[in-house]
Write a protein that binds this ligand. Structure first.
Ligand code: ATP
Ligand code: MG
Length: 566
């Protein structure tokens, strides 16, 4: 990550960084600081994960520490290598690191198993033969204690024997579990003899059929952290109630030095959903075109849409890390996307809905050229030379036959500036057989070409974009709005399908946009601003002979604002 704020010279930005800094200066933690980002490979990463990644990798960077990507692959029934590969790609992209240290919880299964036997031997874990439903029922409630299992007082020897038979595949899935022996009346229900292992015969994407038992999150997570020498195990607030259990296991195993868990507020964003389960539902029900649909809040979707990783990281930093759950506006993310793209995106002119303009006093072989800055934010970027001939395209939105008062763009008899070229006047409308507008017959004031001023000193109020028709190429352009109409898509009435909030018009496909020829070679992943229209990037489907662009973000639209105000 770009940002290397050293803790010695700058005050910590948030309470987590404060804890890390204090741990180091007060000697509670021996360097290096070690963090991890621990996704379960059961779906694709979303922008919520980016907030965790920015913190885990950011802290490692700032404190000269180390952050690993560790797959929490402890549940083979839902996990897959497809997700592993996608997650690695996304983390590389977001952090800008080619090399990511990758670890797998499944590599630690033998060590975890040995520790489970150690707890059994100490009389701190037991094999329970109750079925899942009975275990749930006997947990009690917040106001009433649970009921001890009739198998709770098995001897360590018997427990070891049974646990080994579970491991060896001699017990049917669901017939037995291994539980920690803590306290069935504990005020924190998570400590009422929590499950450590369950029997599962699914094939694991890395360990195959080796294991017939799989560790549960609370048991596994702290052990994984301890094995890796993690100093600060950072997770979201919903894990705060799990922390006593995290600590209990590490204490009983007498592991030293011990990792510590700290919790921060998760990222919630308006107009979208942020749970892998919900995103999976959208994909499986065909409500979006895959995990990387540019309307998805997934990292691969945002990448495909053209969102630069720096914008996501800056957004996460801006939103910050606290102990209070909030929802942030999607508009704030867009603000950071625009800020970043304004800085880096070269400018170009393209026309979304073409309207043909004929410059009647130019011959067919007249060739002019316009010079426009490639990026006004970056003077070193230079200028681009654009061809212009007798036929040009402008956008239909920039012409109105019978416009309201505040419309300053082209109208019959009116005049605008063609960006970089000169003053254009509309002399006549040519109609098609249906009475629609086929083309505009126009004239250009020759004195205004190449930046010249009109001889009579008159001014025009609007500058519009255009593309030379002879050299233009057709392109498909995809415009996006929020996938959901509701700010909180999950706020639906009892029994109502939450996906009713999907905006069926959230993707508009324009198939006959006009782009300058050089954009057919624009690489996938590169940004470009179509002047006055927004920031765009080639889609995965883009080919030189069949260009496809996604709109990443609009520019702020002064006209829409004025319309809204009037
Ligand atoms: P989801 O709830 O979307 O299914 P998850 O929490 O199950 O996500 P994991 O793969 O377990 O996904 O998450 C990996 C890490 O990312 C965890 O440490 C988790 O706390 C963090 N994380 C997940 N969602 C968010 C979020 N919205 N904001 C911040 N961090 C998140
Ligand atoms: Mg989870």
């Amino acid at each position: 990550m770009a940002d290397h704020a050293h803790p010695a010279t700058e005050p910590p930005r948030d309470f987590i960084r404060q804890i890390v800094a204090d741990d180091l200066t007060q000697g509670r933690v021996q360097p290096p600081v070690v963090t991890r980002f621990p996704p379960e490979p059961n779906g694709y990463l979303h922008i919520g994960h980016a907030k965790a990644i920015a913190l885990d990798f950011g802290i490692a960077d700032e404190f000269d520490g180390l952050c690993r990507l560790r797959f929490d692959d402890t549940n083979p029934s839902k996990e897959d290598v497809e997700y592993v590969d996608a997650i690695i790609r996304d983390v590389q992209w977001l952090t800008g690191r080619e090399h990511i240290e990758v670890r797998y919880a499944s590599d630690y299964f033998p060590q975890m198993y040995a520790w489970a036997e150690a707890l059994i031997s100490k009389g701190l874990a037991y094999v329970d033969d109750q079925d899942g439903e009975t275990i749930r029922r006997n947990r009690g409630t917040v106001t009433s204690p649970g009921v001890n299992s009739p198998w709770r007082d098995r001897s360590p020897e018997e427990n070891l024997e049974l646990f080994r038979s579970m491991r060896d595949g001699q017990c049917a899935p669901g017939s037995r579990v291994l539980r920690a022996k803590i306290d069935m009346a504990h005020a924190n229900m998570l400590l009422r003899d929590p499950l450590m292992y369950r029997i599962q015969f699914d094939r694991h994407h890395r360990t195959g059929d080796t294991w017939k038992i799989y560790p549960l999150y609370d048991w596994a997570h702290g052990l994984e952290d301890a094995i890796e020498g993690v100093t600060h195990s950072l997770c979201t607030l919903e894990f705060a109630t799990h922390r006593p259990l995290y600590d209990w296991y590490l204490e009983q195993l007498e592991l030293d030095p011990r990792p510590h868990q700290y919790e921060f507020n998760r990222l919630n964003l308006s107009h979208t959903v942020m749970s892998k389960r919900k995103l999976m539902e959208l994909v499986q029900r065909g409500l979006v075109k895959g995990w990387d649909d540019p309307r998805m809040p997934t990292l691969c979707g945002l990448r495909r849409r053209g969102v630069p990783p720096a914008a996501i990281t800056t957004f996460c930093r801006e939103v910050g890390y606290t102990k209070v759950d909030t929802t942030n506006e999607w508009a704030l993310l867009e603000y950071h996307i625009r800020q970043e793209l304004n800085r880096v995106a070269p400018r170009a002119m393209a026309v979304l809905r073409p309207l043909l303009v004929e410059i009647t006093h130019w011959d067919d072989d007249r060739k002019e050229s316009a010079h426009v800055p490639i990026n006004p934010e970056d003077p070193d970027a230079g200028t681009r030379q654009l061809p212009a001939g007798r036929l040009l395209y402008i956008d239909q939105d920039d012409f109105m036959e019978d416009p309201p008062k505040k419309f300053f763009r082209l109208r019959p008899g009116g005049e605008v500036r063609l960006r970089g070229l000169g003053y254009l006047r509309c002399d006549e409308i040519v109609r098609d057989a249906n009475g629609g507008i086929e083309r505009l017959r126009c004239s250009i004031d020759e004195a205004t070409l190449h930046g010249g001023a009109p001889t009579d000193g008159r001014k025009v109020k609007a500058t519009i974009h255009w593309v030379d028709a002879a050299s233009a190429r057709n392109a498909e352009v995809r415009l996006y709005t929020h996938l959901f109409t509701a700010e909180n898509p999950l706020a639906v009435d009892e029994g109502e399908d939450w996906t009713t909030n999907i905006d069926v018009d959230s993707c508009t496909v324009i198939t006959d946009a006009k782009i300058p020829a050089f954009l057919t070679e624009w690489p996938v992943g590169a940004h470009v601003q179509f002047e006055r229209l927004g920031y765009f990037c080639p889609d995965h489907d883009h080919r030189a002979d069949r260009p496809v662009f996604n709109r990443t973000a609009t520019l702020r639209d002064a006209w829409a604002k004025a319309k809204g105000a009037s």
